[in-house]
Ligand binder design. Structure first.
Ligand code: TYM
Length: 351
């Protein structure tokens, strides 16, 4: 690459804004679980005051695997209620549904045309998901390009996600850099923001696999945000651990179950690693650990469940809030899309 090309392809410096801009999304497919909450949503709510935040219910991503239309509609509204119940404040951040802002799909098409196929075929989530399908929809392969469109349309500086989305955010950076290189500086190149703890909450039934909606049908795998306290208690008390009795953080795969429980406790209580371990000094074995973790999870989720129920009682209000969110999102995304079109030559006027 020549020095000139290098210069043209360099990351656009972060725009001078009073607050850093954040973009993140979550799919309205299946029930929201503790992994989504601890790896992503809890952090979004905590940082919304310090950042200009956009949070998106990504229905277009959800249809990359088969969805029953009525269920998808219901889950989209239900997810909005859940995110508000978790603490996203529509007066502070922008909460909207991806499919309500058509710029996302249009931008994705333009980005498709600068994204080499090989980049997409390398994505581990694509390989995992495609292996489970008899016939692979093109959308599944293209999923990360739509995600890049989501992020780049808003010139987001930061993308707070769990560990499993890191590769997609890195691909977004590559796509942004390639577009900037081909058409001149257009996009901010975003940073993934992965929490130190909680970035990979593991299944309670099997601490070697990530807690995931895909395995939600397996009893004791997930804690759903809407699970009753009794159900939460049952799942946590049954969590798979090891045959020892030492309650401490460890990289030893043998102790992955205990590590997971301590991590869950630490993110919820917002304590340090040392304080977390100290809290269990004198505990009698894993039974005590599980009991304490179950109580902590129940205490965290009960008020969220109550707020969720109240919010779901007024669907018209939820729809109103989502419409306001979409209007604001559009006011940022539309001019950016116009800029993209202009750069690529899709408008007859250059300026
Ligand atoms: P989704 O809906 O699968 O998950 C939403 C968020 O939850 C995180 N997460 C976890 N974190 C810790 N432990 C787990 N077991 C766990 N499971 C899920 C995910 O990392 C994610 O942050 N492609 C995205 C949605 C998306 C998006 C975007 C995200 C679409 N456009 C733009 C950021 C920016 C997804 O399917 O997330």
């Amino acid at each position: 690459m020549t020095a000139e090309q290098e210069q043209a392809g360099r990351a656009k410096p972060a725009l001078k804004r009073a607050k850093k801009r954040v973009f993140s999304g979550i799919q309205p497919s299946g029930d929201v679980h503790l992994g989504n909450y601890l790896g992503a949503v809890k952090g979004w709510t905590r940082r919304q005051h310090e950042r200009e935040s956009f949070h998106c219910i990504v229905d277009l991503h959800a249809i990359t695997v088969p969805q029953e239309p009525e269920t998808l509609r219901r889950q989209t509204r239900s997810l909005a209620a859940m995110l508000l119940a978790c603490g996203l404040d529509p007066k502070v951040c922008t909460l909207f549904v991806q499919g309500h802002v058509s710029a996302h799909a249009e931008a994705a098409w333009i980005l498709n045309c600068v994204t080499p196929l090989g980049w997409l075929e390398r994505m581990t989530q694509y390989k995992d998901k495609a292996a489970k399908q008899e016939s692979v929809p093109t959308g599944l392969l293209d999923y990360p390009v739509l995600m890049a469109a989501d992020i780049l349309l808003y010139d987001a500086d930061e993308v707070p996600v769990g560990e499993d989305q890191k590769q997609h955010v890195e691909l977004t950076r590559d796509i942004a850099e390639r577009f900037n290189h081909l058409y001149g500086e257009t996009f901010v190149v975003p940073q993934p923001v992965i929490p130190e703890v909680g970035a990979r909450v593991m299944g309670l039934d099997n601490p070697m696999v990530k807690m995931s909606k895909t395995f939600a049908h397996i009893r004791g795998h997930v804690v759903r945000m809407l699970d009753e306290p009794k159900e939460i208690e049952r799942s946590v008390l049954r969590a798979v651990t090891d045959s020892g009795n030492e309650i401490r953080f460890s990289d030893d795969p043998e102790k992955a179950g205990v590590n997971n429980l301590l991590g869950i406790y630490q993110v919820i209580t917002e304590k340090s690693r040392e304080q977390t371990e100290r809290d269990f000094v004198g505990a009698r074995g894993y039974g005590d650990l599980k009991k304490r973790v179950a109580e902590t999870v129940i205490a965290e989720l009960t008020p969220i469940r109550d707020r969720y129920e109240r919010l779901m009682g007024d669907p018209a209000e939820l729809d109103r809030l989502l419409a306001i969110g979409a209007d604001h999102a559009r006011s940022i995304a539309s001019p950016k899309l116009e800029e993209m079109k202009r750069k690529v030559g899709l408008t007859t006027q250059a300026h």
